[in-house]
Design a protein around this ligand. Structure first.
Ligand SMILES: Nc1ncnc2c1ncn2[C@@H]1O[C@H](COP(=O)(O)OP(=O)(O)OP(=O)(O)O)[C@@H](O)[C@H]1O
Length: 333
């Protein structure tokens, strides 16, 4: 059974089609990133899954239940982190969690939930009105975890968090997935999605333009980027042909001790290191620049998204044997 399945799901507001014939399957147990620029229709989709908004056409099932006709079956099994979560300013964080436990008739220990989302006991005792945005987000996440949901739906969960908080959120999403929870989260920050998701769906102007792994998406827009190999030997030019002969490498430029390779298949990265080693070269360093997620996103959405101007990938030193490196990027608000 799929955790989420939509069929021709559509929502129009007057002339505007916010979600346009969405056919989406989120598998049981996966972490699925729902990506798209501002206004793409992510929240509208989530609202239809939760029966906060009625579709104009099409249908959806959540955990096998019809999202509209059987919404009462869905809500106890789903934890929701809504976009723009409202707090009760005078109530403590702990009271919020206790309230969620009572409302869901759940058996959770509030202190365990508070610890799981990285709030200290002292913070939990303070009025939530005094919380920073990041602390509110943690609290909202804790409330979503009450009742140990089978499906966690998170609308922009990293919103308001600092880099440390984002990493904690990613760890939390992963550990929830390891407990068997399906996680569906929306984001316009591609880097957050890459770290944590099994697959992503890219939404643009209400239409699903791609569903794949990030790696799969990269391949679909032309592969793996560039790789710079620094050799111990003085003249890299002697080994140019060895690198160029590797399948998946389309171009090699030799300058001094370095070979700069254009890579169209990520498997070629390790292949090049092996080929050079076989040819007697000593590879001192490997720097990989993946196709940036920003470039990827622009290619998929034909530049319609509000994508930042800097489309360069972030080069990182990588282990020569794994050849793995991640590009980092962010879609601007
Ligand atoms: N109640 C509404 N009435 C009219 N238009 C709406 C309503 N809700 C959403 N829209 C429009 O539908 C489109 C999709 O909005 P939605 O909030 O789903 O996008 P989103 O992808 O979640 O964006 P963001 O990343 O900014 O939250 C937007 O053009 C928005 O203005």
């Amino acid at each position: 059974m799929a955790a989420i399945e939509t069929s021709g799901l559509t929502k129009t507001y007057g002339e505007l089609t916010a979600v346009d014939g969405l056919n989406l399957t989120v598998r049981d147990g996966e972490v699925f990133g729902f990506l798209g620029p501002n206004g793409a229709g992510k929240s509208t989709t989530i609202n239809m899954l939760l029966d906060f908004t009625r579709p104009t056409a099409g249908s959806a099932t959540v955990l096998g239940y019809d999202a509209q006709a059987e919404a009462d079956e869905i809500s106890p099994r789903v934890g929701v982190l809504p976009e723009g979560f409202d707090i009760y300013p005078r109530l403590s964080g702990r009271r919020h969690v206790e309230f969620a436990i009572q409302t869901k008739d759940a058996a959770n220990d509030p202190d365990a939930i508070i610890e799981r989302v990285g709030l200290s006991a002292e913070d939990a005792a303070r009025p939530a009105g005094d919380y920073s945005k990041g602390m509110r987000q943690r609290l909202a996440t804790g409330m979503a975890l009450v009742g140990d949901p089978d499906l966690l739906i998170m609308d922009e969960p990293s919103s308001g968090l600092d880099p440390h908080g984002i990493r904690e959120m990613q760890d939390l999403v992963r550990s929830e997935a390891e407990r068997g929870t399906t996680v569906f989260f929306s984001s316009h920050i591609l880097e957050h999605v890459e770290t944590v998701c099994d697959r992503v769906g890219v939404l643009n102007e209400g239409e699903l333009v791609a569903v794949d792994t990030i790696e799969g998406l990269r391949e679909s827009v032309g592969g793996g980027g560039t790789m710079e190999l620094t050799l111990a030997d003085g003249d890299a030019g002697r080994f140019r042909e060895n690198a160029a002969a590797v399948a998946g490498i389309t171009e090699v430029v030799a300058t001094g001790r370095t070979l700069e390779c254009t890579v169209t298949d990520s498997a070629a990265k390790a292949g090049a290191v092996v080929a050079l080693d076989d040819a007697g070269a000593t590879v001192d360093d490997v720097r990989i620049e993946d196709v940036s997620l920003e470039t990827l996103f622009t290619a998929l959405t034909n530049g319609d998204g509000e994508v930042g101007a800097d489309t360069a990938g972030t080069a990182q030193s990588a282990d020569a044997t794994t050849g793995a490196a991640a590009a980092s990027s962010e879609v601007s608000e």
